[in-house]
Structure formats: structure tokens, C-alpha cells
Design a protein around this ligand. Sequence first.
Ligand SMILES: Nc1nc2c(c(=O)[nH]1)N[C@H]1C(S)=C(S)[C@@H](COP(=O)(O)OP(=O)(O)OC[C@H]3O[C@@H](n4cnc5c(=O)[nH]c(N)nc54)[C@H](O)[C@@H]3O)O[C@H]1N2
Ligand SMILES: Nc1nc2c(c(=O)[nH]1)N[C@H]1C(S)=C(S)[C@@H](COP(=O)(O)OP(=O)(O)OC[C@H]3O[C@@H](n4cnc5c(=O)[nH]c(N)nc54)[C@H](O)[C@@H]3O)O[C@H]1N2
Ligand code: SF4
Ligand SMILES: [Mo]
Length: 730
Amino acid sequence: MKSHQQQSSQAPTSPLSNSLQSTPANQDNPLSIQSRTVQTICPFCGVGCGMLLSCNEQGQVSGVSPLAHHPISQGKLCEKGWSSIYAISPDNRITQPLKRSRDGFVAVSWDEALSEISEALTEIIEEFGPNATGVISSARATNEDNYAAQKFARAVLGTNNIDHCARICHSPTVAGLKQVLGSGAMTNSAKDLFEAQVIVVIGADPTSNHSVLGGQIMRAKLEGAKLIVIDPRVTRLAKLADLHLQLNPGSNIALINAMMQVIISNQWHDKDFIANRCEGFEALKKQVENITPESVESITGIDSEQIRQAAQAYSQADRSMIFYGMGITQFVSGTSNVIALADLALICGQMGKSGSGINPLRGQNNVQGACDMGCLPNVYPGYQRVDDPAMQQRFSERWGCEVASSPGLTSLGMTKAALAGSSRAQILFGEDPVVTDPDQNHVREAYKSLDLLVVAELTMTETAKLADYILPAASFAEKSGTFTNCERRVQRINPAMSPLGESKADWQWLQALAEKMGSHALSWTNSEEVFDEMAALTPSYQGMTYTKLAEHDGLQWPCNESAPEGTAVLHQKTFPIGRARLTPVHYVPIAESTDEQYPLILTTNRLHFHYGCGSMTRKSPLLEREIPPGILFIHPQDADRLGIALYSPVGVRSRRGYIETRAMISTDVPPGVVSMPYHFKEAPSNQLTNTAQDPITKMPELKACAVAVEVLPAGHQPSAIWQLQGEETE
Ligand SMILES: Nc1nc2c(c(=O)[nH]1)N[C@H]1C(S)=C(S)[C@@H](COP(=O)(O)OP(=O)(O)OC[C@H]3O[C@@H](n4cnc5c(=O)[nH]c(N)nc54)[C@H](O)[C@@H]3O)O[C@H]1N2
Ligand SMILES: Nc1nc2c(c(=O)[nH]1)N[C@H]1C(S)=C(S)[C@@H](COP(=O)(O)OP(=O)(O)OC[C@H]3O[C@@H](n4cnc5c(=O)[nH]c(N)nc54)[C@H](O)[C@@H]3O)O[C@H]1N2
Ligand code: SF4
Ligand SMILES: [Mo]
């Protein structure tokens, strides 16, 4: 990534955005010669594809095209990337601060909004203490925004109540891999998948959700790699796979323990690797000794022979690589699931070399970064513990303030505290928890009960509708900064246009609010200064600067004195904790099983064409026409039994809520299981989901709850949730 802002005569090539593009530049068209092309990174998923944004003469982003020589995407973007200019277009953007009044939201000046927010926060802190406040930051925003957010919470508000969507995403990865390996990130680089002989994709649907990487997995398979998919649904990769283990939802540990039993009893484990680099093998061996594939057949629903084949292929290959996602983490057993997978990789010595390792597919464009920045209630930047007195002293000295001594509340902990009355104020940006957190009614009540809710957003979301103040945030195309992708690659983003209206980068409004509260803790003059302060305090980023990032194609952490060019593969010679700690884990069933009243298991997942709460992808007319707003996938056997035909209107009920949508009949889901995306605010599956949590990370069980499905009269138009709840309009 040598130059990040160039005068260009290259025509934008997005087929989706022809009407928005500037005319291709040529000698006869002097105006368009002034159009610029800016190199940046896609704002959606953790693959972190490189893109070029072109701007028209009015200074508006007008086209998007893929970056030919990007280390991962190599000239490709998926439909979401191609649609990114719709996602940030001026239509429907919030362009000035808004304040709730009796007649709805009214526009106010930044000064008025920030003065009032500052006064309210100060009063709440005086009356109830700093822990009555909290910050939710954004894995969609930059590292600089996230560093500023956690510093704002810790150094200005005085609380460790800071969290973000990783809580309900890969927090079990951060905890589980940290415990076993000493580092909670992808061990390999994405390109390594072309060196693997066996690729295991467990609990992830990368052709939909990490599409460019998913395409590369397809290519690797076609070039000869063996592909094993472990998923209750028949995903696109499952259709291509050499082996598809279609396990029952929530039975991962039983399956992985059985694979380890097969491996150890056949002496397929890597004795040298275990002897030289691991501890705890005897206890693990004892734990899985009797967990034969046959003994878990009734739990996993998988034929024992398939488990044996998978165990043999994975352990016997020279290089096997595991990719995993939400089908591992989003369970009450999330952390144990991650630990079991890490154990499996370690006993086979599938670790520490290219094409061999354990790889959580981090979801959001910058969720790896938001975690690295310390937007978590128990760690400072670089995973330095907040309950370690030495760390407290370090940050207190560097930041020139007192820091709180005990870990803060998680995002769902803050929701609970709001309902209990002990949390009074929340500053939230770049998340829409009313749509994306489990048990929507509960979340809405919690936000309504706060004395102060401030939301910074690009656009009006369901959560922003509940705010006292909405602050206009600049989008990725309007600011400088860095995103850290799923393979730990820190990449620069560059502004293609000025912030829309009065919008500001998140670190900038956080800075302005800190100043109003009398603190100079955030007094940087540009994003590079934020980065430099962060890098000095974050060991794995210490060797990075903006210049170095631009000279390379980004840099993969750890990047420091001993690895000045970054690190492509982790744990090559040793683990950050010395030896890896093999940890036996037990199978834990899902929290809510089916019964007569709720006879089906609902699992929730993603669709290729939409993203998260949908607030960005649903702005694209092309993506929007791909899928109706809400859909329930159901197996033909269940559909027949319930009298459901294709596109029948259906009601779906759980112990927590009720929604209406349309049925899609599909053998991609097994009998007894229905699945729904969570992208649609009209039919939000999070009305139904369960808040039962993983005891270690508080991850809610988003991948399984019990529901009942009923067919509604033909011709009935599924009612949107706000109609069902007696609100006239959305
Ligand atoms: N198009 C699109 N792409 C996205 C996103 C988006 O919203 N839309 N979101 C981004 C984010 S934030 C994230 S975290 C990633 C997530 O990406 P993924 O991890 O791929 O996400 P999901 O589709 O939620 O779930 C993955 C798979 O887990 C399977 N599964 C369910 N239960 C089990 C089980 O018990 N065991 C196993 N082995 N599998 C199970 C599901 O059937 C599903 O195929 O995607 C990112 N990319
Ligand atoms: N049922 C169910 N629920 C789930 C999941 C599931 O699998 N099933 N998955 C969970 C997972 S893994 C995740 S990560 C969460 C994701 O859920 P959320 O964290 O709520 O994330 P998004 O849907 O990506 O919403 C991000 C918001 O940020 C705004 N935004 C984008 N860029 C910026 C910026 O630079 N600054 C500011 N201020 N705002 C910005 C966008 O407009 C958008 O409204 O959902 C979770 N919810
Ligand atoms: S794969 Fe992810 S990063 Fe790449 S274009 Fe698609 S959404 Fe963007
Ligand atoms: Mo996520």
C-alpha cells in the first residue's frame, strides 16, 4: 500500500453504482480529471479487502472498485464491498446533533449537545459514582476511535465499564485461546489456506460471511485440499466438502472430544510437539479416554465412522488448518468449545507453521482492533489486565489520572444494571443493540430506563430512536485511521471526502466531550497522534507507525523490536505463556431444550447480502431486492407437518417474544431446526433469542433456543414487530 491518495484517471468500475459515478476521465473531459481515487479498506467484514473510492468534482464518493494488488483480496470484493457507497450515501445520514424533545428529535449545535451531555454525566457521576456510567464502542469504527473510547471511559468517566460487540461474537475466543495459547487471535495468515492439505471449517459459513476468503477456500479445495465442514446446516462449503459432519446444534464438545479420543487411541497424536511445547496432556487423555464416537452418537447425531474419518484426515495431514466462527462461540459452552478446538489442534501438532493453526474468523471489519485497543471491561490496550496493580500504575502514570481498580461490566451486564437502576448513563456508538442483542424487549426496556443515552451513528437506528442525544458520526470514507483485520493485519483507511454535514470522527467528538468535562486526556490533533500514543502502550503494536503501515501492505501484529516487519504465523517457536496449556472440557447441553410447547430449535445466522442490523446494507436497492425483509428457513418435513408452503406467512414464538415472517422451505436446515437471519428490524430474531450465558465470558446463547412455529392464514401480510407491539409506524 505505497500511496494512499492519488490523482487518478482510473475509471470506477462498480457495476452497482454506475449512476453515481463520475464520467471516466479523458482529455476531453477536464472536469473528471480532477476526480480523485483514494485507497482504503472495506468497512464490512473482518477479511479487510482493499478498495479504491473515487470521488466526483463535488467531493462526494461516487464509485468503488477493488484494489488489484491487495495481499488478501487480490482484486476482488463481494457484493457488500461493492455496495459500500450506498451504505454511507447522504440520503438518510444523520448530519447534525439531535436532541430528544416532546415533539421528536430537534437539531441542536454541537456546543449545546456536548454541554448538556457533559452536565448530565457530571451530575450522574457525582450522585451515583463513575460506575453508574458506561461506554459501548464500535468494532465498525477505527482503532483510533476505539482507543479514544476506552480512554474516555477510564480516564474521563473513571470506570472500566467499556465493552463492544465482541462480547456477543468472539469473546469466548479471546478468553479460550488466551487461556490455552496465550493469545486470542487467528494464528495464521489468510493466504496460508493455500498451503493446507486439510481445511476444517467448523461453525462458520465463510462464502456468505467472509466471502472473499470463502471463495479462496473453494479455490483451495478445487486445487486439491481436503475440505471438512462441521455445521448443522448445509452451507455452500458443506455442499462442496469431502466430509460434512451435520451435527446437532450445541454438540461441538462431544464431537471434538470424540475426535481426540480416536486420535489418541490410534497414536495419531504428535508426541514430540506435546512433549516439547504443551502441558496437561495426561489429564486431557484421561478425560477423553472413554468418549468414543459411538458413545456420543446420540448427542451429536453423527455417524461414528464420519468422526473417525475426520479425526484421521485432520491429524494425519502435514498441514491442517481450522477456521471457526459463531457456531463455536455463541453458546453457553462458547469458551469451552474454543478450548476443545485448541486442544485438538495442539495434540496433533497442527500449530505454529504456515498452513497449520487455529483461526477464529473475526467478524467485523475492526473487531480484532477494538479488542486489541482494550474496549473490554477487564483489559487495557494490548490485553493488559485492569486488576493488575502494576498495569494500573502504568496506565495511571501515562494517562495522568486515577484509574478504577476493578474490572467493569460487560455490555449485557450494563443492560442488566440499567434495569436494576444502578446504571444511569450510557455513551454508545456504532452498534444497534436493540436489533442485535438477544431478547430485544429486555434491551429496549433497559435503554428506556437510563437517565442519559447518547448514540453516535451514521443513520437512524432502532437504538438511536431511544437516545436522548444523537451525534452525527463520520463514516469510514470520511476519516483517517486504521482497521485490524481477522489475520491481525493493521491497515490504514484514508478519507475520500470531507465529513458529511457536521459529522465528526468518533475520536473527535469523544475528545470534544472530554474537553467539555474539563479533561485534556484526549487532546490529540490528528488520528496519527492517537495511533502513536496507543502504539507506545500496546506491546504488539509497538513497532508500527502510519508511515510504516503505508509502506507495507499493512502490518500483522505482533510488530515490535523482535519482529519489525510483523508476524505472519503465531507461536512458531514458543507460546506467549511458554508452553500451551491443554485443558480438558466437558460437553454442556444447550440451555433451552425443546418441549411440547416449543418443539423446534431456532438457530440464527447471517445472509450473504445483508450485514448486522442492516442499517448499511439495507440502504442499497440492489442488496435489498435480493431477499425479503425477514425469512424463516424450515425443513420440508416440518413444513408439511405444520401446513406451511413456500412463502407462507408464519408466526414464530419463544418464551420471550413473538414475530411474524415468511417461510422458506429448504433442506439446508435439518428436520427439527429452523433458522433465521438477524438483519431485519421488521422481523427481528432477537425478539426470540435466549440470554442464557457462558459463565466465563457472558456470551449469550444466540445459536439455539426453543420455538414454536405456526402457519398464518394465506393472504395475511406478516406484521412488522412495531405493528405487533401496537406502534402505528416504525
Ligand atoms: N453477509 C454478512 N457477513 C458478515 C456479517 C453479516 O452480518 N453479514 N457479520 C460479520 C460478523 S459480525 C461475524 S461475527 C461473522 C460471523 O460469521 P459466521 O461465524 O460464519 O456466522 P453465522 O452465520 O452466524 O454462523 C456460522 C455457522 O454456524 C453454524 N452453527 C450453528 N450451530 C452450530 C453448532 O452447534 N456447531 C457448529 N459446528 N456450527 C453451528 C450455523 O449453521 C452457521 O452456518 O460474519 C461477518 N460477516
Ligand atoms: N440472533 C443473533 N444476534 C446476533 C448475532 C447472531 O449471530 N445472531 N451475531 C452477533 C454478532 S457476532 C455481532 S458482531 C453483533 C453485531 O451487531 P452490532 O454491533 O449492533 O453491529 P452492526 O449491525 O454492524 O451495527 C453497526 C452500526 O454502526 C454504524 N457505523 C458504521 N460505521 C461507523 C462509524 O465509523 N462510527 C459510528 N459511530 N457508527 C458507525 C452503522 O451505521 C450500524 O448501525 O450482532 C450480534 N447479534
Ligand atoms: S469479503 Fe468482507 S471485506 Fe471483503 S468485500 Fe466482502 S464484506 Fe468487504
Ligand atoms: Mo460478530
